[in-house]
Design a protein around this ligand. Structure first.
Ligand code: HEM
Length: 187
């Protein structure tokens, strides 16, 4: 949609859907790289890939969110006026909390949680929160694609249904289908 409108015609806004989509795509690969890891070595390498990809996703999603805020400022438009914007703000804050807790549970041997053993106990919460956050982000994207004036103005219902409905469900089927519920035992 951005490319067919013309990237240069959209000003700061062009970066928002572009970076957010790329960020989510990288985040999904970062999750999949841990689903599942076969050997202790592949687990170790998977964890390194997970961190690098999540840092890349965090950078992309930060650029995507800040360019949207800048876009609103340059047009003197009010902030957080739609469900998409509210869901997006929660997504972005959640992403930082998720990333900070994830990093704190691995970096410096989990000293932030009182050592490696205690830090690893956080992982099941990190897993469940990560999957829940992905669901929330998919809902955020759905709201933008189905209900924003911009999306409705530049594309029809079939294209939006495929891009912001079917494709998001397929991403969820792909990711949640490979989830190992046994790793999240709470009892
Ligand atoms: C990938 C597809 C996306 C599209 C097409 C899209 C599109 C839009 C549009 C058209 C707006 C302005 C209208 C409105 O406020 O509803 C907007 C605002 C916003 N979006 Fe998105 N968005 C996408 C993804 C995301 C994601 C994944 C996040 C969060 C991580 C996000 C966060 C926000 C926020 C916080 C605002 C409001 C900014 C403000 O009010 O200053 N968006 N988006």
């Amino acid at each position: 949609m951005v490319l067919s409108t013309g990237f240069s015609k959209l000003g700061w806004f062009a970066y928002h859907p572009t970076f957010q989509s790329l960020g989510i795509a990288v985040m999904v690969v970062a999750i999949e790289t841990l689903q599942p890891t076969a050997t202790p070595l592949s687990k170790k390498l998977g964890l390194v890939r997970h961190q690098n990809l999540q840092i890349a996703a965090l950078v992309l999603l930060s650029l995507g969110t800040s360019t949207m805020v800048i876009n609103k400022i340059t047009h003197s438009a009010p902030h957080i006026t739609t469900w998409h914007a509210s869901f997006g703000l929660v997504s972005y804050i959640w992403l930082w909390v998720q990333s900070t807790i994830g990093a704190a549970s691995v970096w410096w041997k989990g000293v932030a949680f009182g050592g490696e053993v205690k830090a690893k106990r956080m992982w099941k919460w990190h897993r469940i929160s990560g999957y829940a956050m992905l669901l929330w982000m998919m809902a955020t994207v759905f709201l933008a694609g189905e209900y924003s004036d911009w999306a409705r103005g530049v594309s029809g219902p079939v294209f939006r249904g495929l891009g912001f409905g079917v494709s998001l469900v397929l991403v969820l089927v792909g990711v949640l289908g490979r989830m190992r519920v046994g790793k999240m035992r709470f009892w």
